[in-house]
Every structure is written in C-alpha cells, then in structure tokens.
Design a protein around this ligand. Structure first.
Ligand code: ASP
Ligand code: MG
Length: 379
C-alpha cells in the first residue's frame, strides 16, 4: 500500500486534474493506493474570507460566487454532460457551505474549520467522480471519520490512538483505490477540525503511519527537495537523499516544501517519503529516509521575510549567562513567541522573530526593567 498526496497546485485546473489522474493510473498496477487531496488551487484562501465574522455579511454572496465559479469552470471541462451525478453532489456541498456561511459568528476557530473544510470536500468529490468516469474506480472516504483530533478546531492535535483504531476498522486496507481529504479531521466533540495551513502533507503522513504504508509520495510543482526556495534563488540544487532529522530541521525552520509535522510519524515507522514533480512524474525527485547525510552535500538556505532582529543587553554589570537567559526565555515562552534564530555574546543576546508589533510591545514591557532592548523591524 502506498499513500499519495496531491496539493492544491496539482489539481488547480481541469488539465491539472487530468494530469493527476494519469499519475494515479500509471502507478496503480496491483498496488493499493490511498490518494490524499487538498483543496483546488487557492480555494482555502478564498474560504477563509467566508468564515462568519471575517467580512461583512453583504460581501458573502460575491465571495461565495467566486468559489462556485472557479469550481464550475473545472467541472464543466471534466464533465460535459450536465446530467452527471457530480453536479448534484457538488451542489449539495455548496448548499451546506452557504448555510454554514450565513450563521452568526461564534468561536472563530470553530467557525473556521466548519467553513474551510468545504475546499477539500468539494475537490475530493470532483476528483473521485472524475477518476470513476475514466475507469479508475475508487472509494471516496470522509477522513473526518478516521483522523481524530482534540477540540482545538483550527490546529487540532491528532489523537493517534483513536485514529489508529478508526483506520483499523475502516475499509482503507481493502480498497484498491481510495480518495480522501487532506487538512481536515474530526474533533473529539464531533465537529470538523483542521490540522493547520498546508496540513495535507501531515494528513498523508498520519495515514501512512496508521497503515504501515510501503511509502508515501508528495506530488509537487518543484522537482524535489531543493537546497533553497527557487522563488528567491536562481541556482538551486536538488537534494536526492535527506535524513529524516535533517528534513524535520529544515521544515521546522521554514523550508516550505513540506509541513513541519509531516516527517515524525513516518520516521517512527521507517517509511520513506518521496517528493516528486507532478509536471515530470518519471524523474526521481527526492527521498527522505534513514540516510546518514544529505546527498549531494551542499549548503541549505532558508529565506524568511518580515523579521525583527532584537538585541537584549543587561542594564547592570552582569553578562548574558544562564540566569539572564532564563529570564529572557521565560518571557518568550509566556508570550508564545517563536525564535527563528539566536546568538549570544558576553554582553548581548540577539534573536530573530517574525514581525509582530503587538507581541514586540509586550516583550518590551516584560523585559525593559532589567534589559536594554534594541531592534530593527521589516528585515
Ligand atoms: N488546503 C489547505 C491549505 O491550503 C491544506 C493544504 O493545502 O495542505 O492550507
Ligand atoms: Mg497546499
């Protein structure tokens, strides 16, 4: 059994869906396949604007229409007959979305997940029908019945025990081809939860873990795991093999190629993770696995925008040593500020954090009695 994950860019148009179907077909030889799919294109961004309370209600019809039009263009191209049952199935999902979207705002995180989940529900409904229509018979599964989280609706923590139990008693293993949603899950109290933006990679990894998959593949619009983001650097090098721990470090510190939570579950089961190009499916891509070092050995670059560089200097005669560091870190932890980079000398502690004027003020309020603070923003 293998698990494939297709992200938004790999299913953002009718021709992209056809390409994705070709990839599925060419890898189906007596192999069972679980296909995890994200929302099409930038649908999640659009749906975030439809969460009750985010925008004035009078803007909702136009916003909703944009989401509908986008999917209908893809539908009409893939299913020329207006009688095709997919129209009814997708129509029902749109009605539910509209209903959800017209409710008065309650808790933002709760409203968020009940709204944005329609991106994945709609994309997988379209894709499942399309695969069927070209002879790739498949089972559509509502992942919310399998992956369970706590009640942190917007960035749910996965309950692996419940999820494993659900997967074991599901049809996942007995079906040759399964199509299901990334990113969304079921909360402990029976609502929809989500796993955090770009969380579909993590969904695929959770399923790979529970199914003891032979391997997992993420199909991307880049040739593999590159040593830098090609959006910012012209001469990137593709890394062919990456040790699990190195991949976790890179993803945690901002390599956007995979979601940071993706690697740990598959590492625990020693499952290899392939990153391959959906534009060039025959090229080998990159593999994350039990390798001793990166191959080829080359420097890796993380590029971050909107950073604040902050230097913290003791006001008294003390050095930046354990006691002062303890004070600084206690404040950072209390305010939930993530440090992206840090350095200390005898007289100063420097750190990079994401720009956030409100948190920076709170940090200053907490530290300025004991320390002198210097900072630059927008780096
Ligand atoms: N559709 C979700 C997002 O855009 C999840 C994902 O793409 O992985 O964040
Ligand atoms: Mg995505």
């Amino acid at each position: 059994m293998k698990v494939y994950k297709f992200g938004g860019a790999s299913v953002n148009s009718a021709s992209a869906v056809r390409n994705m179907a070709d990839i599925v077909r060419s890898h189906l030889d007596n192999q069972t396949l679980v296909v995890v799919v994200s929302a099409m294109g930038k649908t999640t961004n659009m749906l975030e604007q439809l969460v009750p309370g985010v925008n004035p209600a009078d803007q909702h019809p136009a916003l909703l229409q944009k989401v509908k039009d986008y999917h209908h263009t893809i539908l009409h191209d893939l299913f020329p007959s207006p009688q095709h049952p997919v129209y009814n199935a997708v129509g029902q999902l749109f009605s539910q979305l509209q209903q959800q979207n017209s409710l008065p705002p309650t808790d933002y995180n709760l409203d968020y997940s009940q709204t944005v989940c329609y991106g994945e529900l709609i994309s997988t409904t379209i894709i499942s029908h399309y695969l069927d229509s070209i002879g790739l018979h498949n089972q559509w599964i509502d992942i919310r019945t399998l992956i369970h989280t706590d009640n942190q609706y917007r960035e749910g923590n996965v309950d692996f025990t419940a999820t494993q139990r659900n997967v074991d008693s599901s049809q996942l293993r007995s079906q040759p081809l399964v199509v299901t949603q990334g990113f969304i899950a079921g909360s402990a109290d029976g609502h929809t939860s989500t796993l955090g933006r770009e969380g579909s990679d993590y969904s695929a990894s959770i399923l790979s873990y529970c199914l003891n998959a032979e391997s997992m593949t993420i199909w991307k619009d880049v040739p593999g795991f590159l040593n830098a983001d090609p959006k910012y650097f012209p001469d990137t090098v593709k890394i062919e093999q990456i040790p699990y721990n190195e991949a976790i470090e890179l993803a945690y510190y901002g390599a956007s190629v995979i979601h940071p939570k993706t690697v740990k579950p598959i590492q625990n089961k020693n499952i290899q993770l392939h990153i391959k190009s959906f534009l060039n499916p025959l090229s080998p891509g990159s593999v994350i696995g039990p390798f001793p070092t990166i191959h080829p050995l080359t420097p890796l670059y993380i590029f971050k925008k909107n950073q604040t560089l902050l230097s913290v200097l003791p006001k008294d005669f003390s050095f930046i040593a354990e006691d002062n560091l303890q004070t600084i870190f206690a404040v950072l932890a209390k305010l939930n500020i993530r440090v992206n980079l840090m350095q200390n000398t005898a007289l100063s502690f420097s750190l990079c954090i994401d720009d956030n004027p409100m948190l920076l003020n709170q940090l200053r309020d907490n530290l300025q009695e004991q320390f002198l603070l210097r900072y630059n923003q927008g780096l």
